[in-house]
Ligand binder design. Structure first.
Ligand code: ATP
Length: 294
């Protein structure tokens, strides 16, 4: 029996722009992805079975995600078994801590962790690039989750360019208890005539300069035009943290998670304490975290 334990980190989008659409309907994006400290933990155990048919079992402490073959974790394991002719019993124990359906790539990062764990167990010579190619059809964010750190993600998520590490800061992460339909958000954006785009190249320049407040000025997410209208509490949360010394506060992915960037940890901690004591926000998830680099 062999076992690997992996932490699977969430991401936020410091910047997210939609720049076009492929013929097959996939949106072309330019996203600045940043790994953050909020994470799930996966224990992947492989045991030989006498009659050589792969068997994948998933256990989780979460009641919010599917535990059958619909789970991205099980999908990832099936793809790996198929690709590398794995015929063992694979048990995956998923401790879920990343808020679900939040714009934080929770499912994608779990899947990435399974791709990497099974690579390490069965095919250690496979490169990250090869693993990313194998993973892309399962989810456009999975290649990034294999890479991690600070990256520019283009195309549908398959073109990844390493950026200098985004300047360290203190982050408040909040998720209101609202479900957002990602497909609908993109479709609604398509129906808008003309809209302002975030300055992704400017954001890259500020990151490269290690300029935290400059970076904060350039953070922006085009999907907020849609989700912000549908879920007004997103704007209220952002204002709450801006009023308490954040250098920026934006939505991640298609939402509804919001992050607020602080220069001083004490200010961030104080703002989160006040947030949790505010009746209007009492049903929100809230955590203090930071950027993670690789
Ligand atoms: P992204 O930022 O990549 O759009 P997200 O953070 O918005 O993702 P997820 O937490 O990945 O959303 O959940 C999206 C859907 O995927 C949910 O409906 C959930 O039931 C399903 N799902 C399947 N497997 C998982 C998993 N391992 N963890 C979380 N959600 C999963």
């Amino acid at each position: 029996m062999r076992q690997i334990i992996r932490e699977a980190y969430a991401k936020i989008n410091l910047g997210l722009d939609v720049v076009g659409r492929r013929e097959d309907g996939y949106h072309l994006v330019r996203m600045i992805m940043q790994e953050i400290g909020v994470h799930d933990t996966l224990t992947v155990t492989a045991a030989g079975v006498p009659e050589g048919a792969p068997l994948i079992r998933l256990k989780t402490d979460s009641t919010e995600i599917p535990i059958g073959p619909d789970n991205l974790v099980s999908h990832a394991a099936y793809i790996m078994c198929e690709a590398f002719d794995i015929r063992d019993e694979i048990t995956i124990d998923l401790q879920k801590r990343i808020p679900v359906a939040a714009g934080l790539a929770g499912g994608s990062t779990d899947a990435a962790a399974v791709f990497m764990a099974l690579r390490d167990l069965y095919a250690p010579s496979v490169t990250d690039g090869q693993l990313q190619e194998l993973a892309l059809p399962l989810g456009a964010d999975i290649p990034y989750c294999i890479a991690g750190g600070t990256r520019l993600s283009e195309g549908i998520g398959e073109k990844l360019i390493r950026l200098p590490d985004a300047p360290q800061c203190c982050l408040v992460l909040v998720k209101p208890p609202v479900a957002v339909n990602t497909g609908m958000v993109y479709r609604t954006l398509d129906s808008l005539a003309g809209y302002p785009h975030p300055d992704i190249d400017g954001l890259i320049d500020r990151i490269a300069a290690g300029d935290l407040t400059g970076m904060a000025d350039k953070c922006g997410n085009v999907l907020e035009l849609v989700t912000g209208q549908l879920v007004p509490v997103i704007g209220q949360i952002e204002q709450f943290f801006m009023d308490r010394g954040a250098v920026c506060s934006k939505m991640s992915g298609s939402g509804p998670s919001v992050f607020a960037i602080y220069q001083e940890e004490e200010k961030a901690a104080q703002a989160l304490r006040e947030f949790k004591e505010t009746a209007d926000f009492s049903d929100c998830y809230g955590a203090l975290t930071q950027f993670v680099y690789r």
